[in-house]
Write a protein that binds this ligand. Structure first.
Ligand code: ZN
Length: 127
């Protein structure tokens, strides 16, 4: 019962900075910065994916972003690593960092997202 979760040898490194900003190239690949400048968007956190986009290779989080806490950012990015997908829920810890429904809670939507996208021995959401 529960989700079948694998962690690659060496795990997923997590680094934190006070603030985090991003730009994306034409192919959607991000470049992160610790200082703001024109054209950069603030981020709560960012997962870096392997070339096949199937596994998170590294996680960066911002500790002082005005839209989120470091705890939210770490839990949110860890959710992406567990789900092995980029999508967001509408509520809870897996909602996007600047989404209205975001919270520090592992709510039904977050749990359902992880367990519905991972190979689980049994998928029985709580009622
Ligand atoms: Zn996200």
């Amino acid at each position: 019962m529960g989700c079948d979760v694998h962690v690659a040898p060496g795990g997923v490194p997590v680094t934190a900075s006070r603030l985090l900003f991003v730009t994306y190239d034409a192919a959607g690949n991000p470049t992160t910065y610790e200082a703001n400048a024109p054209g950069r968007k603030p981020l709560c956190g960012l997962s870096t994916w392997n070339e096949a986009r199937t596994d998170v290779e590294a996680i960066r989080i911002a500790l002082d972003d005005r839209a989120c806490t470091g705890e939210y950012a770490a839990a949110h990015e860890m959710g992406h690593a567990l789900v092995r997908a980029r999508g967001h829920t509408l509520t809870g810890v897996l909602a996007g960092g600047h989404d209205v429904g975001k919270s520090d809670r592992i709510d039904d939507a977050s749990l359902t997202a992880v367990c519905s996208m991972r190979p689980c021995g049994a998928f029985e959401p709580e009622r």
